[in-house]
Design a protein around this ligand. Structure first.
Ligand code: CTP
Length: 451
């Protein structure tokens, strides 16, 4: 509903032929209230929007264009995606939308000038340029593009642009003829030759009433563009990787089960690390209290070894890699009692049957292009047992941890591993946090994928 109202309000602004007058009109408290209101509402995000922007330091440069009103929504979306947003405005931009609106939404003072006259305090453009993980100029006017292309440094935004070491994105907004003018075309080409990235303007009705190219890309498109740009640079971008984690519970009767002490910590840390490296992660998890820190991880909850097998077989076919860290039960009750088993005799025998070895099954189906990784938790003859599993299950490498190592094993926050690969090359790591161990394992997977 909120999105609907927002869309209608923004559409109304877009579609008016007297757009400029309309913005002036909306720069009344109603417009300010609307922007403040945006700050308190929950804007649901579609798909993967903005997922890669969490924790990123982003400078948003806003220029003097009628499209500056869209920067309010863009700031809100960036903040919602977990980015730290610093807004810089050109002096002209403040005629279209006030710094108060953008500072409220970004939760940081907006910077316009090099210094404050009253105190002599100055805004360090070099520090700002170094702080930023990305600089986005949206809307970028013909004037600002010309200044950027020629190094004409007459405001704080251009000084930061010239100092920035991070990737720069610019989303132009201007009238059709200005956009098509050879001077603007040349400036855009020049900026691209500097390595700056164009977020192309859209087609449609422009503030002048003309139709054509020149409308600022929609805030959601800009968010998506930035998120994809970050993701593309990651070592596991768009690779589907399946991970299993946690224990399995094998039912004895409606109230009892056979389980184990696995907490799922290691598998969840691996899934999170893979997602941070850009992978599309499917996490198949047994019963656990763990939660993933990465929104993009797709979690499938299962209970028994049989359910885990089904889920694995469904997702294995097109997975580039699988990391099987779950502590899967090797045996399950031959029959599950329909009613609670009553206490009768001094002893109780439960007949168990073997479960399917999921990893071995996947190893038998493994294609040339797939990478399969297993775990071995051992108490004795550690390396010999791990090598037997590596070969029997057709793995690319196995992660060995021994219960004899202090700090390794179930429920701990640390782990100590040895990686043994197909050529029986061994790499032993020191005791580390499970997050750091996950990083080592995922790096090895990335090396195998990227060669
Ligand atoms: N595994 C599996 N399915 C099973 C049992 C194990 O996928 N039914 C996987 C685990 O996820 C792990 C690897 O196989 O990646 C080794 O598991 P582990 O329990 O150490 O070895 P097992 O093959 O079960 O042998 P054992 O219990 O005798 O050591």
């Amino acid at each position: 509903m909120i999105r609907f109202i927002t869309a209608i309000l923004l559409k109304k602004l877009n579609s008016t032929p007297k757009g400029e007058a309309k913005v002036k009109e909306l720069k009344t408290p109603i417009w300010e209230f609307f922007c403040l209101f945006l700050n308190f509402i929950n804007i649901p995000q579609k798909g993967n929007q903005g997922l890669m922007l969490e924790g990123k330091n982003i400078i948003l440069g806003v220029c003097g264009s009628i499209a500056a009103y869209k920067s309010a929504l863009l700031v809100r979306l960036l903040v919602k995606a977990g980015a730290n947003v610093q807004v810089l405005m050109t002096p002209d931009a403040t005629s279209f939308i006030t710094p108060l609106t953008l500072s409220t939404l970004s939760k940081k003072p907006v910077l316009v000038d090099y210094y404050k006259n009253e105190t002599g305090e100055w805004n360090n453009h070099v520090e700002l340029g170094l702080w930023a993980d990305m600089l986005i100029i949206a809307p970028a006017t013909a004037n600002t593009l010309a200044k950027m292309a020629n190094g004409l440094c007459d405001n704080l935004l251009i000084a930061v642009y010239l100092s920035a070491k991070c990737p720069v994105y610019f989303a132009p907004a201007m009238d059709l003829d200005m956009w098509l003018h050879p001077a603007t075309r040349q400036n855009v080409t020049r900026l691209q030759s500097f390595g700056n990235t164009l977020i192309a303007p859209g087609n449609g009705e422009l503030a002048s009433g003309l139709y054509g190219e020149g409308r600022l890309a929609e805030p959601e498109e800009i968010l998506d563009f930035l998120s994809s740009a970050v993701k593309k640079k990651l070592p596991l971008a768009n690779q589907k990787i399946m991970v299993t984690a946690g224990p399995t519970y094998e039912a004895i009767d409606p109230v009892r089960f056979i389980g184990n002490h696995s907490s799922g910590k290691m598998g969840f840390a691996i899934a999170d690390e893979l997602a941070k490296m850009g992978a599309d992660v499917i996490l198949i998890s047994g019963p656990t209290a763990q939660v993933s820190s990465q929104q993009s991880v797709k979690r499938i909850d299962v209970t028994s070894a049989a359910e885990m097998l089904d889920a694995c077989l469904t997702h294995y076919k097109d997975a580039k890699a699988c990391i099987m860290s779950a502590a899967v039960a090797d045996y399950t009750p031959a029959t599950i009692a329909q009613q609670k088993i009553k206490k009768k005799d001094a002893s109780l025998n439960i007949e168990l049957k073997a479960t399917t070895d999921i990893l071995k099954t996947l190893g038998e189906q493994k294609a040339e292009w797939q990478i399969l990784v297993g775990f071995a938790l051992e108490t004795n003859d550690e390396e010999t047992n791990a090598i037997t599993k590596l070969q029997k299950k057709n793995l690319d490498f196995i992660v060995l941890n021994s219960l004899n190592d202090a700090g390794a094993g179930f429920k701990k926050d640390t782990n100590k591993i040895t990686i043994i690969d197909r050529d029986l090359q061994k790499t032993t790591f020191e005791l580390k946090s499970k997050d750091a161990v996950a990083h080592d394992i995922c790096l090895k997977v990335a090396q195998l994928i990227n060669g």
